[in-house]
Design a protein around this ligand. Structure first.
Ligand code: SF4
Length: 734
């Protein structure tokens, strides 16, 4: 195949012998790219390509998507159920009946001995939505533990919490198309080119056409910051002070939208009173951003016809994560920037289906943003599922981060981990390891049997991955897209849905609760529960979703019947006055007093430790660490360190250094760069037994999300570089 200028230096793409292309949505990040996987004559996946008529990615894929077909036969896949009495014994191969029976019996034993909530379940943002819904029905309706959460608490909990506090419900109001309408973009703690490359491309293309100014707020000179009109290198964890100071300036200059505030919000007086304490002079001292810049960006934001904010982990992973989201929403609301094209607050989600779990898993309540605390919600779902409403708890249980503390105290004795690897992803690895060792029973369900957390399991359930299964996922802009099976799970591995349904049979002995086994049927059941809700999907089905290359919710059957619905669904939430989800239809303006409660650098630990992602890798590298074309670009852990700091410490490019925090230490390679300030370092979090050995992870009081990005460390040059290289190799899993 030839493309580009055919007369000069044509590029030839290797012919992989593809005879058939199969449709899916990408299984890595929340951008939600439509992808096709090419099969050769033998039915083997050999290529991936972007889908040209998909609105999200318009034919493009990033480095992870391009090699996604290599996932299916990557090393370490689980191919048979495994079992053992004690976690430190060797695994024994088993069969599904024995393994599922053992899992059921142990859950029952623990619950009967210690109480229903003594068994915890932690899932993921990586499964398909029908699987989340089924797991929620099994957990809430039959197993009955209230200590059930997803690893999305580690990435999106602050966004969820902030949306709920401001608007009365979770649900991102905006969409990618807003880039094409905005007159001003603020990116808070978000490095799009590396974390969400295709959203970056959408943003950049829109910016090149309209030329809107981009303001990046980030302690590090990220790739996005390098392209910004203004980069505000903020002191870690102080975003709320900047937001308050911006509002101070906006009110001071009378730039707020009084009509919008009156019509759509409550709480203006308390907010105005609070922000009087945050003048730019005092804010400059806390945030490290000079007062004139604060005034400039406040004016820029408030005077643009439509202003848009996006954010990622720089806001969410903080002790002020939820407040940071509320602060962004406050700014949007006082300037009338919710609900109009280009005026929005859009959280850029992390995992491919973090949104699906928020909508349908029942982790934080009941399906489709229903609350356990609401008697009507409990009654409605109990009736629909055919369970006793009294079986439901009356308030949500622990978050993932609290579940681990409850394991330490002995309150929780058993754990089911589904497609998540807390030994790599939770802060303070040593503490997590100790907790895992103390469990009476642990079951790990994953597509890889070689994850660090599986070391502590008594039972391993081999699951299918991504496009070995069928179902939908929701992306950052509420777009529901379809994944179709490209390949069968290897060996005896089974789709997660099959595993949940088999477990349900064991708990559902009288057969009162129905567990359909086809994803398309489950989707229609979910549709019934969505009728009239914010996330109404009654107008969708699998076939239509594939045909449309994804549909944004809400998309109702009534709209379809009346021929009203646009083909791709609801672009924006809250497009009319007073339709927020609080009882009176108004959003809340919430004052945000700032309390400095982070670990901060001191004499003993003088550097800020900032952690984050690289473009080549996905989270704990369970997948991308095994795909050669991803791993070869970033095979080892390293830090970005300021060249002046490196000189002071006698560190050269490529030297091994030891990072020490109050928790533990880690050995990494030093890469001097001006991207970080003299008192901070950046460490990618992907590598096992590395970043999270160091992190403290204090929790946000509302969202319980850890502050991964604000810990203090010291840096020691290692005298014996050869020994350090050996140690570093030993600490690497792959
Ligand atoms: Fe997949 Fe995200 Fe890359 Fe798109 S941007 S190909 S969804 S990893």
């Amino acid at each position: 195949m030839l493309f580009g200028r055919t007369q000069k230096n044509p590029i030839k793409i290797a012919d992989k012998g593809v005879v058939e292309w199969k449709y899916a949505a990408c299984g890595y990040c929340s951008t939600g790219c439509s992808i096709e996987v090419g099969l050769n004559e033998a039915g083997k996946p050999v290529a991936s390509r972007g889908v040209a008529d998909a609105d999200v990615n318009r034919g493009k894929l990033c480095l992870k998507g391009i090699f996604e077909h290599e996932l299916f036969d990557s090393a370490g896949r689980g191919i048979e159920p495994l079992i053992r009495d004690q976690w430190h014994q060797p695994w024994q191969a088993s069969d599904w009946e024995t393994t599922l029976d053992r899992t059921h019996d142990e859950i029952k034993r623990i619950q009967e001995k210690y109480g229903r909530d003594s068994f915890a379940i932690i899932s993921t943002g990586q499964m398909l939505t029908e699987e989340f819904y089924t797991l929620g029905k099994l957990t809430r309706g039959l197993i009955g533990t209230n200590n059930y959460d997803g690893n999305t608490t580690l990435c999106m909990a602050s966004a969820v919490s902030g949306y709920k506090r401001s608007f009365g419900s979770d649900g991102p109001p905006g969409c990618y198309e807003d880039f094409e309408h905005t007159d001003c973009l603020f990116a808070w703690g978000s490095n799009l080119p590396e974390q969400h490359p295709i959203i970056y491309w959408r943003m950049k293309e829109a910016q090149e056409k309209s030329g809107f100014p981009l303001v990046v707020i980030d302690p590090r000179v990220t790739m996005l910051a390098q392209n910004a009109h203004k980069h505000l290198a903020i002191t870690p964890g102080t975003d709320v002070v900047l937001m308050n100071a911006m509002m101070h300036v906006i009110f001071d200059l009378g730039l707020e939208d009084r009509r919008y505030i009156e019509a759509n919000t409550n709480g203006i007086a308390a907010l105005e009173a609070e922000v009087t304490h945050y003048n730019p002079v005092m804010a400059a001292k806390i945030t490290g951003i000079d007062e004139d810049t604060i005034r400039d960006v406040a004016r820029l934001y408030a005077t643009a016809d439509a202003s848009m904010s996006i954010w990622t982990m720089g806001i969410n992973q903080s002790t002020h994560g939820s407040d940071g989201v509320v602060g962004i929403n406050n700014l949007s609301l006082i300037t009338g920037n919710i609900g109009k094209p280009g005026g929005t607050s859009l959280s850029i989600t992390g995992q491919c289906n973090a949104m699906g779990t928020r909508e349908w898993s029942s982790c934080s309540g009941l399906p489709n943003h229903r609350y356990l605390e609401n008697a009507d919600d409990r009654k409605e779902v109990a009736k629909f599922w055919g369970v006793d409403e009294e079986f439901f708890p009356k308030k949500r249980g622990m978050f993932q981060t609290d579940i681990y503390h409850a394991i330490e105290t002995g309150e929780i004795k058993g754990l089911w981990l589904i497609a998540t690897n807390p030994l790599s992803s939770l802060p303070d690895t040593a503490r997590v390891r100790k907790a895992m060792e103390s469990l009476e029973f642990c079951v790990v369900q994953d597509c890889y049997e070689d994850t660090e957390s599986a070391q502590y399991a008594n039972v391993f359930l081999p699951a299918g991955t991504w496009a070995e299964k069928e179902g939908v996922m929701t992306n950052t802009e509420r777009r529901v897209n379809l994944v179709k099976p490209v390949s069968a799970p290897p060996g005896q591995a089974k789709p997660d849905l099959w595993i949940f349904n088999q477990m349900a049979k064991r708990f559902n002995k009288d057969g009162n609760v129905s567990f359909p086994d086809k994803a398309a049927d489950i989707f229609l059941e979910m549709g019934q529960l969505s009728k009239g809700r914010l996330a109404d999907i009654t107008g969708m089905n699998h076939e239509l979703i594939e045909k449309s290359r994804g549909i944004q919710w809400p998309y109702t059957d009534k709209q379809v019947k009346n021929g009203e619905a646009p083909p791709s669904g609801g672009k924006r939430l809250y497009t009319k006055d007073t339709e927020f989800r609080y009882a009176d239809g108004k959003a809340k303006l919430i004052p945000l007093p700032f309390i400095d409660n982070n670990e901060v650098p001191d004499e003993k630990f003088p550097y800020w430790l900032n952690t984050g992602r690289l473009i080549e890798h996905w989270h704990g590298r369970s997948k991308t660490g095994k795909i050669g074309d991803n791993n070869k670009y970033s095979p080892v852990p390293f830090i970005e360190i300021n060249p002046d700091a490196a000189i002071e410490l006698g560190i050269n490019r490529g030297d091994y250094v030891r990072l020490v925090s109050r928790r533990s230490d880690a050995v990494v390679i030093a890469m001097p760069t001006q991207r970080v300030s003299k008192n901070s370092i950046f460490l990618p979090f992907h590598f096992h037994d590395c970043a999270n050995r160091l992190t403290l992870g204090l929790l946000d009081p509302h969202s319980r999300q850890p502050a991964y990005k604000q810990s203090a460390v010291r840096i020691e040059r290692i005298a014996d570089q050869q020994a350090a290289a050996k140690l570093s190799m030993e600490m690497r899993t792959f």
